[in-house]
Ligand binder design. Structure first.
Ligand code: SAH
Length: 623
């Protein structure tokens, strides 16, 4: 719940506007502001105070406890010029709240958290538990001083600051586990620094300069201590040094078996002891796993809830098929699989770190078993459509995915379109036209190595673009996220009017990858079916006869006066659009930056716009 507090008439008006925009999420606190702030602070997750920051600082100062439990607080000034994220920028969600408020009210968000200000992801924004000297390591990252990274494996994290890198002197030895994957991680990270779009020194200097103005309480720990800061990514129990932060990756799955009626304390006690004895952190547990028959066993369900992780359940037959070191007769008789704990943890593979272990309650038989498996990290491939060109047609989700990635793969001209959005330290793998196969392979290989990869394309990345070759290469060992983009046909249609109001089809006239006979057959089918057609890749210097040929096929079934829209560089600064007809179109005005939209037999030019009737009765009856 978001508590709203105001003092003046103008403040109350702004408050009411926010309350009516978010009716279910907000509660208005009336009365004297001191009491109102006190109540809201105790009862709400977040506060928006329509008061001066000075007043709010004085009011909340005696109430502050700690970063983890205090609500996020945003102040909006009397003239609604600023929404200031005052406390709880990350944990309390105040930075995002300031942004959200500025979408409802005319104010601009003011965010002073150092990591946001210099555009590197805060360690507490990665969605993983983080321990140790978070402020000191963040400060070092901001200051551009070296932060040595030790990671058990490559995880699909966003680009960290370029000065966060494995110790180049020790090479892959800096990476604890020393596995192949980890070794590659080290090499890749070094490469990332080398390939950073801005020289490392430049970023560091820029960050330090900005940090000097913006570092607030978040990074109040001094940067003068000796020794490099350390960022460790591990599921192992470690004692972090004075300048060391530990990120807990979601690497462990705990399989659990239990007799009916087991208590949560017995299950949780067993899991905690098993993890501690193996030197593993409970904060790296990603899930509990068991057999379907135990899906509602209260002790297991509650244990998962207390650990804050999901409970995954599997059919007995599926568990029976998993090879395990310690099968036994008891679960086979009870639930139909010779192993529950080990098998459930091992579904989908992984390394068995703790084999089946029983609880040890005093004076009665054990009721629970568990086993712990470490999973290989899964890389992440985001296939992102950038839209037709204009920045405001790039979706917020596409922007977020570009900034979520540590590796960006794309055609050089598309990379140029969004280079300013990349986080410092993002590794950019760009290539020229024609290297589609290489791009697809590279993107998939990087994701399989564990990285967070964004593969970009103009318009929609799945329309005559990289999504299909990439996914044809990809196996099920990576996560794939698709982000739709505004494809050229839609961008052009919006400029022309409403040409796609009825059934429509897109046809690419490029016969580089598709034999002309196939293209011609499809054009003919669209012509016969009276479907609106958008031609992509309509004409290039070496391919000039295909467009006239396709138009002549359509003309066999449509009047010479059929409207045709020719849109070049839709949504870009030099964009043009022309409305002509099947008889009137001049193919020489068409190039590879153009789409050509041909109406069906019902399409009309109305008031200079291209309209394909939807076929509503109320429109045809009167005419
Ligand atoms: N994935 C892209 C299409 C790639 S095929 C998309 O969804 O839009 C390349 C063709 O798309 C070009 O030859 C042109 O026909 C069309 N195209 C792409 N962007 C365009 C734009 N801004 N204006 C007009 N046509 C465009």
């Amino acid at each position: 719940m978001i508590g709203l507090i105001s003092a003046t008439a103008a403040g109350a008006a702004a408050r009411d506007r926010l309350a009516s925009a978010w009716p279910t999420r907000t509660r208005v606190y009336e009365g004297p502001v001191r009491e109102a702030v006190g109540h809201a602070f105790a009862e709400c997750d977040q506060l928006v105070c329509f008061l001066a920051t000075g007043a709010v600082v004085r009011l909340i100062a005696p109430l502050l406890q700690d970063k983890a439990s205090d609500p996020g607080v945003v102040c909006v000034d009397e003239a609604q010029r600023h929404a200031v994220s005052l406390i709880g920028g990350h944990g309390g969600g105040a930075n995002e709240l300031a942004l959200a408020v500025s979408e409802v009210l005319p104010c601009a968000p003011v965010v002073t958290t150092a990591t946001d200000a210099v555009d590197i992801p805060g360690l507490d924004t990665l969605g993983w538990p983080v321990e140790g000297a978070v402020a000191a390591v963040t400060r070092a990252a901001l200051d551009g001083s070296p932060v040595t990274l030790y990671a058990d494996a490559v995880w699909p994290l966003p680009a960290l600051s370029p000065n966060v890198a494995p110790d180049p002197a020790s090479g892959s030895a800096a990476v604890d586990a020393g596995t192949d994957a980890a070794g590659r991680a080290a090499d890749d990270m070094i490469e990332a620094v080398a390939a950073a779009p801005v020289p490392v020194g430049g970023v560091a200097a820029a960050m330090a300069a900005t940090a000097a103005h913006t570092v607030l309480a978040d990074a109040a720990v001094g940067g003068a201590q000796a020794g490099p800061a350390v960022l460790r990514v591990t599921d192992l129990l470690v004692e972090p040094g004075a300048r060391e932060a530990v990120l807990r990756p979601p690497s462990l799955v705990v399989g659990v078996g239990a007799s009916r009626g087991v208590s949560v304390d017995e299950v949780l006690g067993l899991i905690e002891a098993a993890l501690a004895d193996a030197g593993l952190s409970a904060r790296s547990v990603a899930a509990l796993a068991t057999v379907d028959a135990k899906a509602d066993e209260a002790g297991i369900v509650e244990a998962a809830a207390r650990l804050g992780v999901p409970l995954r359940t599997y059919a007995a037959a599926e568990l029976a098929a998993v090879e395990v070191p310690n099968p036994s007769g008891a679960p086979l008789a009870a639930v139909g699989t010779p192993s529950v704990a080990e098998a459930a943890a091992l579904v989908g593979g992984g390394e068995l770190l703790v084999s089946k272990r029983k609880s040890a309650p005093e004076g009665r038989p054990a009721m629970a078993t568990c086993a712990v498996v470490r999973k290989q990290p899964r890389g992440r491939l985001a296939v992102v459509g950038l839209g037709p060109g204009a920045r405001d047609l790039l979706t917020p989700r596409a922007r977020a995915e570009i900034r979520r990635a540590s590796v960006l793969v794309g055609l050089d001209q598309y990379v140029d379109q969004i280079r300013d959005l990349l986080r410092p330290g993002t590794r950019v793998l760009e290539s020229g036209l024609g290297a589609e196969e290489e791009r697809a392979r590279t993107a998939v290989a990087e994701a399989r190595a564990g990285h967070a990869v964004a593969l970009i394309g103009s318009g929609d990345a799945g329309v005559y673009a990289m999504a299909s070759p990439a996914l044809a290469e990809a196996s099920d060992d990576i996560d794939v996220v698709g982000v739709p983009g505004v494809t050229a046909a839609l961008a052009a249609a919006a400029i022309l009017g409403a040409p796609l109001g009825h059934d429509h089809v897109s046809i690419s006239l490029s016969d580089l990858h598709t034999p002309w006979e196939v293209i011609e057959r499809r054009v003919r089918a669209a012509a016969e079916a009276d479907i609106v057609v958008t031609f992509y890749n309509p004409r290039s210097r070496g391919r000039d006869w295909q467009l006239p040929k396709a138009l002549s096929i359509l003309a066999e079934h449509r009047e010479p006066s059929t409207p045709v829209g020719v849109v070049r560089n839709a949504s870009r600064p030099d964009g043009t659009s022309r409305l002509t007809t099947l008889a009137g179109i001049d193919p020489t005005t068409v190039d590879m930056m153009t789409v050509v939209v041909v109406g069906n037999t019902a399409a009309r030019e109305i008031a200079g716009r291209m309209v394909t009737p939807r076929g509503y009765r109320w429109q045809t009856e009167g005419s």
